[in-house]
Design a protein around this ligand. Structure first.
Ligand SMILES: [Zn+2]
Length: 499
């Protein structure tokens, strides 16, 4: 490995002034100047001429070069300072391009025991769409996803960095496949032991067959073991109860509509059997008050709770009567077996009345309208698509970008939207010091955009290049990844027809 050294050129007058000032400021540590010696390998790359978007404050840094080596941003400085360190063929001219951190999809599922190859073929598609990190929210492929997490980390194949919940906690005879089903506290402890052995990145708890005290204990015990905990909200528990038990995030904004009234009281009525779950739902639907909701959002924000709204899935179904997605271009990457899982949700809504379609759209709009309130209340919003084979028309990779557009449509500023898919994800996962921004010392996950994402977040779909864990893909290389994924879909479909 060749090692190059550089000392910032000392004869530049501005450099001199700056170094004198910095020595004066910290005159005990003039050796700081020596720290500008940088060791890099012959694989280092230099990205210059681009506009670096600071997703923390929306400032754009121009005329800077990013030195990347060993999948890290070694330093960011002027081209003049760094150009001699990297041979011309390893320099990338990003003139006019906006450089943002790699995007995070904070809610996906790699699922389906018969869809292992199908999911595997989609990993490069995430990268081609600028998504360099995903949070897998559990599935029947739990152990497989854990293995993929390690294999991607070891560069065995190309994909986004994975954080995963493995398998989720549920009650007995859960509707969902592959859950860790528990009937009592002893089984809860056994399953938490198992998740600890798996070294999952967070614990997920859902409410299909689990509720009440055991649900609450699941959150509490997982939290006490040091896990981040993400969950749905059962009708007999309030979000206040769950926040107090140590919940880290609520998945799906639909639950938040319960906060437009006295959710705490209603949840306890349900728990005591004085109200049925369906009565509670009817009550919530008829008693939503925005000011009340806002007060509750502020309370939850104070307790540090994050929210992953996952709007796109609900939107796709609510508007299925006007857009049936039969001709969606993205389906060229999805096998027939993968999309055959879409039918069940379509069947559930197919013969709705016009009133039901209307109600579905209004509900979607009401949920989306909460976004600016959540932002103002100070809740951490996480961008997550809920992309999964079982989630109809929520296409892996593309759906995150659609989710971001929905956030913008709902009233978040482009910068706020970018934050939901970058720094917020990193902060939630406790990775702010190494991920989530374009800064010295950070992991080299970058997306180069042709247009300004601070004007319109739709720019995240106008990708010039992606750097995934230090590996650079120009547009041609990204197109090659997509072409390969499309060929793989055709191949898998054909293999299965002839089998
Ligand atoms: Zn989900």
């Amino acid at each position: 490995m060749i090692t190059r050294h550089i000392v910032f050129s000392k004869n530049h007058p501005m450099k001199r002034v700056l170094s004198i000032i910095s020595c004066l400021i910290a005159f005990f540590s003039c050796q700081d100047v020596q720290k500008s010696k940088i060791n890099i390998s012959d694989q280092a790359q230099l990205l210059h001429n681009g506009k670096i978007v600071n997703v923390k404050d929306g400032n754009v840094l121009e005329n800077q070069a990013i030195l990347v080596d060993s999948a890290r941003i070694v330093t960011i400085s002027t081209y003049g300072d760094l150009s001699e360190m990297v041979p011309a063929e390893r320099q990338i001219d990003a003139k006019g391009k906006y450089i943002i951190p790699g995007l995070w999809d904070m809610h996906v599922h790699f699922e389906g025991e018969d869809l292992v190859e199908d999911n595997l073929a989609l990993f490069p598609v995430f990268v081609a769409y600028g998504i360099t990190t995903v949070r897998d929210m559990a599935s029947d492929l739990g152990e497989q996803v854990l293995q993929w997490r390690e294999e991607i980390a070891a560069d065995k194949f190309l994909g986004p960095q994975i954080f995963t919940a493995g398998r989720k906690l549920e009650g007995i005879d859960s509707f969902w496949k592959g859950d860790l089903e528990i009937a009592n506290e002893e089984e809860l402890q056994q399953m938490l032991d198992k998740l600890e052995d798996y070294e999952v990145d967070m614990v997920k708890v859902t409410e299909n067959a689990l509720s009440g005290e055991l649900f609450l204990q699941s959150v509490k015990q997982a939290h006490e073991r040091g896990f981040l905990v993400s969950a749905h909200v059962p009708l007999d528990l309030s979000m206040e109860d769950l926040a107090a038990a140590g919940l880290s995030s609520i998945e799906h904004a639909s639950y938040l509509l319960r906060l437009g009234t006295d959710e705490y009281r209603i949840a306890h009525e349900v728990a005591n059997g004085r109200m049925s779950p369906s009565e509670a739902n009817t009550y919530y639907a008829g008693h939503f008050d925005q000011d009340t909701a806002m007060l509750h959002y502020q309370k939850l924000a104070d307790s540090g709770l994050a929210i992953t709204p996952t709007l796109i899935g609900g939107k796709q179904l609510a508007y299925y009567d006007v857009d049936n997605h039969a001709d969606d271009d993205f389906r060229k990457y999805l096998t027939d077996r993968f999309t055959s899982n879409y039918q069940w949700r379509i069947d559930r809504i197919a013969d709705s009345s016009p009133e039901q379609w209307q109600a579905r759209k209004e509900r979607y709009q009401q949920i989306a309208a909460q976004l600016p309130y959540l932002q103002r209340a100070g809740m951490t919003i996480l961008a997550g698509s809920d992309a999964a084979a079982l989630n109809t028309f929520v296409y892996p990779a593309l759906s995150l970008h659609q989710e971001l557009e929905l956030f913008q449509e709902a009233g978040l500023s482009p910068l706020q939207v970018l934050q939901t898919a970058t720094i917020n994800g990193a902060a939630f996962m406790g990775k702010s010091s190494t991920m989530g921004t374009v800064e010295t010392g950070k992991q080299a996950d970058l997306v180069l955009l042709n247009s300004n994402p601070l004007k319109d977040v739709g720019a995240t779909q106008d990708i010039f290049a992606v750097m995934n864990d230090g590996q650079y893909f120009d547009r041609r290389a990204l197109d090659a990844l997509l072409e390969h994924a499309s060929q793989r879909k055709t191949q898998l479909d054909q293999e299965r027809l002839t089998r």
